[in-house]
Design a protein around this ligand. Structure first.
Ligand SMILES: Cc1ncc(COP(=O)(O)O)c(C=O)c1O
Length: 400
């Protein structure tokens, strides 16, 4: 069950929000899923880690998403419990043996990723040398254009990749390559470069590929981080794909997370104390606002309207979260009316990606379980008539 409201502002009229409160805008998921499927000449595997809410997964499934990138046995079980007819891609390159065994034998998983010979051996042993495996070799590709790099930890280096691909091709029914350009990738050229590198490696391996997976990384929009139009990312991918030898016999895959769900949720937090330009709020970096802490993302926000009228003068604030730890600090700047005070509620937008899934219960602080649905528009969007212009387009508009 969930409550349904027309607009997020009506939440401020109730004083019942004891805990930080997530709010879902279902229509934005319809919009992003429709757009991303229309614009891509391949199959999207939704990256479940980004937002494993059952409501979100169901809405995406209803929009035709039928392939899911899962990273753990728990995610395998979750998606399989909800949908018996979808394809699961277990794309974590280092999996526990029990997870491989159960995923294959109990949950029908036939797609696995790997970045080493040792993982190949594990997959073969735990599936009892299955002959129906689809194996995806994860390549390490530079993450120069991304706000959050993911290349250090996973991926076989490009020198060793051809030999591994050859080896995998001998063991698998079908073989693919995958990479991740890094999350919140700010330029489509990242995909061009990665695809050229991957294509070169495949040529060296001299193997006929079945899958070419361009991974995640598609951006959302944040204050001060306005990416080019998503269309330009897919144009780049399609152009590069057309240049890859034998691409006609390959299936093109992508693993969008952030771009699919970021704008679908907002978080409502309460100001518990103001000390000068510091606001002490009831959620923080150990909760749903990890990305406002270490990677220092600036999220869009606004005060929820109450009866009194706020100043139109905006001022930069930093936040402290509710826990005892000084690391529970979000530098900002977060622009809010200069007279913001204790007891005010703030809507923080673009909270649909990674926010809820990264939250801990440290110090006993947790957000409310219930998800409130609203039908108004998000604070920022990449889609539809109100989409943010890219910085490039903005310059052209100013110059005109
Ligand atoms: C293997 C894999 N695929 C897809 C994603 C989703 O990435 P993004 O949210 O940047 O689209 C991630 C995120 O970490 C990932 O590790």
């Amino acid at each position: 069950m969930h409550s349904q409201l027309q607009s997020i502002d009506s939440l401020a009229e109730t004083s019942l929000l004891h805990q930080p409160q997530f709010v879902l805008r279902p229509h934005t998921l319809k919009r992003s899923a429709e757009y991303l499927q229309d614009v891509f000449q391949g199959t999207h595997l939704f990256a479940v880690k980004t937002n494993p809410s059952e409501t979100v997964l169901q809405l995406l499934y209803d929009q035709g998403i039928s392939s899911f990138d899962v990273a753990s046995l728990e995610e395998v079980k979750l998606v399989r419990r909800l949908f018996s007819d979808v394809t699961l891609y277990f794309m974590h390159p280092v999996k526990p043996r029990y997870a491989i065994r159960q995923a294959y034998h109990e949950f029908g998983v036939r797609h696995f990723s790997l970045d080493s010979e040792a993982e190949l051996v594990k997959i073969l042993e735990e599936t009892d040398h299955a002959t129906d495996l689809n194996l995806h070799v994860r390549l390490s590709i530079p993450n120069n254009f991304a706000e959050l790099a993911l290349a250090e930890k996973f991926g076989v280096n490009l020198q060793d990749a051809p030999a591994l691909i050859k080896q995998v091709a001998q063991a698998a029914m079908k073989v693919g390559v995958s990479f991740h350009v890094g999350s919140q990738c700010m330029h489509p050229d990242a995909y061009r470069i990665a695809m050229r590198m991957a294509s070169q490696v495949v040529r060296q391996a001299d193997v006929m590929l079945d899958y070419f997976n361009v991974g995640g990384g598609f951006p959302s929009v944040y204050p001060g981080m306005i990416p080019p139009d998503l269309q330009s990312y897919f144009d780049a991918i399609h152009q590069e794909f057309a240049n890859i030898p034998n691409h006609e016999s390959m299936q093109l895959l992508a693993e969008p997370g952030r771009a699919m769900v970021a704008e679908s949720m907002s978080l409502i937090v309460r100001v518990e104390m103001r000390k000068g330009d510091y606001l002490y709020i009831n959620d923080g970096t150990y909760g749903s606002l990890f990305d406002a802490g270490t990677p220092k993302f600036i999220f869009p926000m606004k005060l929820l309207c109450k009866e009194e009228v706020y100043s139109t003068d905006l001022r930069p604030f930093s936040f402290y979260g509710p826990t005892c730890d000084s690391l529970d600090h979000m530098e900002g700047p977060f622009y809010l009316p200069s007279d913001v005070a204790e007891g005010d509620y703030i809507e923080i937008g673009q909270m649909g990606a990674y926010a809820r899934s990264l939250a801990t219960a440290f110090n006993g602080f947790q957000c409310a379980d219930e998800l409130i649905h609203v039908s108004d528009e998000p604070l920022m969007t990449m889609y539809g008539d109100n989409k943010a212009h890219s910085a490039h387009e903005k310059l052209e508009i100013i110059a005109a």
